[in-house]
Design a binder for this molecule. Sequence first.
Ligand code: NI
Length: 143
Amino acid sequence: MKTIYITRRETFNAAHKLWRPEWSDEKNWEVFGKCSNHNWHGHNFELFVTVKGAPNPETGFVINLKTLSVIVREKVIEALDHKNLNLDVPFLKGIMASTENLAIAIWDLIEQDIIENGGELAKIKLIETENNFVEYFGGKEPF
Ligand code: NI
């Protein structure tokens, strides 16, 4: 089987802060720095969803990119775009709104839909700033 990886990019913007209420202001600043700013800060996130598989003999597709885009937009972008990640997003309740945790949550949100459309989720890449991004492979080894 010829395995190939295909990626769909989507973007959203959202606000958050990294803050533990049980910690002092000093400790929050020491650990989270500017990310602990009381009155929030925002990012223009770039999300890359990578699906792996063999091209379908009839379509040549691993997964229809239009289908993948609809899944990501309906499940992820609508839930996150222009939202406050700490306050507005039910699936992040009680979770530190870090880029790491967000990437893992996005995986969990869409993995089943991708399977149902014949694909296998391989990677979530989430860019927070031009210098910082995370990659999640579902707990498996990087490909
Ligand atoms: Ni931030």
